[in-house]
Write a protein that binds this ligand. Structure first.
Ligand code: GZL
Length: 351
């Protein structure tokens, strides 16, 4: 149960403008949970971490909710860090803004949580706030994307994917596909839809694919442009790419949401794609909706990025609670899906 002072603080800064509260601050002491002169002051009855002494309090800063993959990643953490599993989870969605994540982490520090878990929107800019967490003796577990910090003792462990390897897998698939189509020497015109610039996924997938592309002088990357990992932005950008590059042969789309948006733009322009189409589509994430399109031959290949990382976070925290050592890096398992192998995985796919 929250104390009245906490309620007042929340009302002033959260639920009702300061001016209204100044008019009724006194009566609020008598009606902290109820109605007052027509202003309904709803105060959420949330339990205070301190009331649940034996629970492990975790502050989780999620970078956003921009994609189907992100929703699966969030669900994975929330399903692992439940009250039944011994956790009190405080969740914050930063809407893809680093400032919001820094504010959330500072809030977790001031609430003296036991652990901070966060998925950094971009790799740079975390040294200061992670030093604050270290000074507060709060272990930080980084999940999904990486942080680029001077001192890697600022975080205890990282769980995620090998983004550069994912990019190389895409390039190697294209090599084998072109060989199978006997197009090894043909000029291949490629457009790349990138994710959030400066994110591990964007940096790694771009570098990995470029490393393979550099082996082929007949592969031309016409343009590499960000669509922020979202379907709407990708549809807008792809409309422009289709107008500017009618000679496009291959689309590399760094997540399935952007692929869906790009497909909308191609359909709108009457351009064929996929197995029998003019444009070959290489996508990343391997979310369920996209794998259905792989099965239909509308996406040629989907390079998996595994969002199921909550079990790793739980395992790491339990080990730390027991005074055991943990690995610094945990890399999740990932596959490559094509029409040939996708069906066996689709039936059990939860995300
Ligand atoms: C990958 C993850 C990326 C996904 C996108 O590790 O960070 O962010 O590929 C998501 O779908 O938006």
């Amino acid at each position: 149960m929250k104390t009245t002072s906490k309620i007042i603080k929340e009302i002033i800064f959260g639920h009702v403008g300061a001016c209204i509260v100044l008019l009724c601050i006194v009566p609020v002491f008598f009606t902290a949970y109820g109605l007052y002169r027509g202003f309904e002051i709803k105060v959420e009855q949330i339990s205070d971490p301190s009331d649940e002494e034996d629970l492990i309090v975790v502050g989780f800063s999620q970078l956003g909710s921009e994609s189907g993959w992100r929703s699966a990643h969030t669900a994975s953490i929330q399903q692992a860090l439940t009250k039944d599993a011994g956790y009190f989870l405080i969740f914050n969605n930063a809407r893809q803004m680093q400032d919001n994540q820094i504010k959330a982490i500072r809030s977790f520090i001031s609430q003296r949580v036991d652990y901070i878990v966060f998925a950094p929107v971009i790799e740079d800019g975390w040294d200061t706030v992670l030093l604050e967490a270290k000074n507060a003796k709060i272990p930080v577990i980084v999940t999904d994307r990486k942080v680029n910090v001077q001192d890697d003792s600022l975080y205890t462990a990282w769980i995620g994917m090998d983004a550069k390897e994912e990019g190389k897998k895409a390039g190697k698939w294209l090599e084998s596909y072109l060989e199978q189509e006997q197009r090894q020497t043909e000029e291949i015109n490629i457009v790349v839809l990138k994710g959030t610039v400066g994110s591990t996924a964007e940096i790694g997938r771009t570098k990995g694919f470029a490393e393979i592309a550099a082996r082929h002088r007949n592969w031309n990357i016409l343009e590499s442009v960000t669509a922020e990992f979202t379907a709407n932005k990708a549809k807008e950008v792809m409309r422009d790419m289709l107008r500017r590059y009618p000679e496009m042969d291959v689309l590399i789309s760094q997540n399935d949401d952007m692929t869906i948006g790009a497909i909308d733009a191609m359909q709108e322009a009457g351009i064929s794609f996929g197995e029998e189409g003019d444009i070959t589509i290489i996508s990343f994430d391997a979310t369920r909706d996209a794998l259905e399109l792989v099965k239909e031959g509308r996406i040629n290949v989907d390079v998996e990025c595994n969002p199921v990382q909550g079990t790793y976070v739980n395992e790491i925290i339990q080990k730390l609670e027991n005074g055991e050592s943990v690995q610094k890096y945990y890399v999740v398992e990932e596959k490559v899906f094509t029409k040939e192998n996708v069906a066996e995985f689709l039936k059990d796919r939860k995300y």
